[in-house]
Design a protein around this ligand. Structure first.
Ligand code: MLT
Length: 272
């Protein structure tokens, strides 16, 4: 099936290999806006709205992370991009890993932010299907409006209250159909730890120390799979801990995440 391009947004100007930024659930490219402002000069960053999120349609596709990955790939190639440093937050990380599996020549480096390579438990899968059914039957995204409380860490809950209305407005802007699609797509994704074992480009794993959704143990699992030391000191993969931030470290401490992504981009640029 051919499909129109996904909506893309230049979030930071520059040349060379771009950073392609894939958002988490139930958000869109706007979660990357502040982080992109802190990237080193000259690093081009492109935010993508994944299928059904923000300004992107669903186009009749069955829910699947693989479809989302293929669609990002086609959108980038149609836009003239031969390869990219692909960075995904949470759900965007699931898509990034599927891209590395299905289009390895496109992925020059991988940034995995507050995400995991493991599959859902049966319990998590069942919860997703319940949420998908609820947003469809209610025709509102009410079922996910409470999510910000879990998305940010305890420090933000106490000291970054201004984030709550912002997150609320982003979530309210999503469509019930898009939210249901994403939940069903995530529910069927397989374990992609082996993709990291095979991937031979630089990998940056970033996690907020207060993340309860994709916690540090998941980040360590990915770094080990990528075969690297668990510090920024060298090797092909690096682990960056973002203190005082939770699952949405990108929004809670955009500068810290941008610094890690800048290093990843520099590593890739050095090889080009
Ligand atoms: C996200 O932030 O993308 C979601 O929490 C991911 C998930 O539900 O697994």
């Amino acid at each position: 099936m051919t499909s129109p391009a996904l909506a893309t947004f230049t979030l930071h100007d520059g040349g060379g290999v771009p950073l392609v930024l894939l958002h988490g659930f139930p958000l869109d490219h706007r979660m990357w806006t502040a982080c992109a402002q802190h990237l080193p000069p000259g690093v081009r960053a492109i935010g993508v709205d994944l299928p059904g999120a923000g300004h992107s349609d669903l186009d009749g596709y069955q829910p699947s992370i693989e479809h989302a990955a293929d669609w990002v790939y086609r959108t980038m190639v149609a836009g003239g991009e031969g390869n990219a440093v692909v960075v995904g937050h949470s759900m965007g990380g699931y898509v990034a890993l599927a891209l590395a599996e299905r289009h390895p020549g496109f992925v020059a480096g991988l940034g995995l932010v507050n995400t995991k390579s493991t599959a859902d438990t049966e319990e998590a899968r069942a919860k997703r299907l319940r949420i998908a059914a609820a947003v469809e039957s209610e025709q509102t995204v009410a079922a996910v409006l409470g999510m910000p409380a879990d998305l940010v860490g305890g420090t933000s809950t106490e000291h970054r209250r201004h984030l709550f209305p912002l997150l609320d407005s982003w979530i309210r802007a999503q469509s019930p159909a898009g939210v249901a699609w994403a939940q069903r797509a995530m529910a069927t994704r397989p374990d992609r730890t082996a993709v990291l074992e095979r991937f031979d480009g630089p990998v940056a794993v970033v996690v907020g120390t207060e993340d309860a959704i994709a916690p540090l143990t998941e980040a360590e699992h990915m770094v080990l799979a990528a075969g690297a030391p668990s510090t920024l000191a060298g090797g092909d993969a690096a682990l960056t801990l973002v203190p005082r931030a939770g699952h949405l470290s990108v929004v809670e401490d955009p500068q810290a995440v941008a610094a890690a992504l800048g290093l990843l981009h520099a590593q890739v640029a050095a090889h080009h």
